[in-house]
Write a protein that binds this ligand. Structure first.
Ligand code: PAF
Length: 283
């Protein structure tokens, strides 16, 4: 496994790999890898000969009062895990390598980036699309894998790839959960033991939505208010949002007629956790 720190070296590797006719799979990450990331690497391997993982905590997707500085980092551990997963290349660039001091260009997906998480993180998705666009141009993957946990991110990346004709196929891999249902996230590390225990209510609230829907409740407002009540009564979590939107377009939902994304963001102390489920359309 190679660790590559510069764009020019990455390009050389990409050119050599392409010349050999090999397909490149790509998993962009911000490091501090967990089982969720490893599942993305395994998914990428199914469709590619060589897998590239990028590890880069991207400053432009963090707001001024967010956790960029304290975002967990452990490169040695990440490197070990990537080696175990037989990753071909870890692309681990510096900030200077990724952003020139004169950087002025951003990719914006209109509308999609202003809803759900975009309401409380107004510049977040612009940072995500910009860095992912840059990484796609550097790594030139045939396929790239993203996690369903960041459902809005996956919708936005797919839109960006279609709109800007990036020659890459996007795969979305299922959410990986801890034994008690909490969705895996690098940010779970911030939780106190009490918050960690309480945070299981997020998955239970999504299961409640699934059960309500399966039992015939198609009133999305009533489903959302039951979820809210459960979270508020069983935890100290402060709800940022509980929303239901069309799973493909993020427009107003048509529950029953089209797949509906039920997504939430809840603060436990300063830690903002997200999770979601899809209520499938009924045939
Ligand atoms: O999902 C993430 O970890 C990040 O948003 C990504 C896609 C690596 C871009 O920095």
């Amino acid at each position: 496994m190679k660790v590559i720190r510069t764009i020019s070296e990455m390009r050389n590797w990409v050119n050599a790999t392409r010349q050999k006719g090999k397909r490149i799979g790509f998993v962009p990450t911000m490091g501090f890898l967990h089982e969720g990331h490893l599942s993305l690497i395994r998914e990428a391997r199914k469709f590619a000969d060589q897998v590239v993982v990028s590890i880069y905590v991207n400053p432009t997707q963090f707001g001024p009062n967010e956790d960029f500085d304290r975002y967990p980092r452990d490169f040695q551990r990440d490197e070990r895990l990537c080696r175990q997963e037989e990753v071909s290349v870890v692309f681990y660039p510096t900030n200077d390598e990724m952003y020139s001091p004169f950087h002025k260009t951003y990719i914006i997906t209109e509308d999609l980036s202003g809803v759900l998480c975009g309401r409380s993180r107004p510049t977040h998705f612009r940072g995500v699309t910009t860095i992912v666009g840059k990484l796609f141009n550097i790594v030139q993957p045939d396929i790239a894998v993203f996690g369903q946990k960041d459902a809005q991110q996956a919708v936005i990346i797919k839109r960006m790839v279609a709109d800007l004709n990036f020659p890459v196929e996007i795969k979305v891999a299922p959410i990986v959960r801890e034994m008690d249902g909490l969705a895996m996230s690098s940010r779970n590390k911030y939780l106190t033991p009490q918050q960690r225990k309480e945070a299981t209510v997020l998955y239970r609230s999504l299961q409640l939505a699934e059960k309500e829907y399966a039992d015939g409740n198609t009133d999305i407002q009533s489903i959302k208010s039951k979820m809210r009540k459960l979270i508020e009564t069983e935890s100290s979590g402060k709800i940022d949002y509980i929303e239901a939107v069309d799973a493909e377009t993020l427009d107003a939902p048509q529950l029953g007629k089209r797949d509906t994304l039920v997504a939430l963001a809840v603060y436990f102390g300063n830690t903002r956790l997200i999770d979601n489920t899809i209520l499938k359309k009924q045939n």
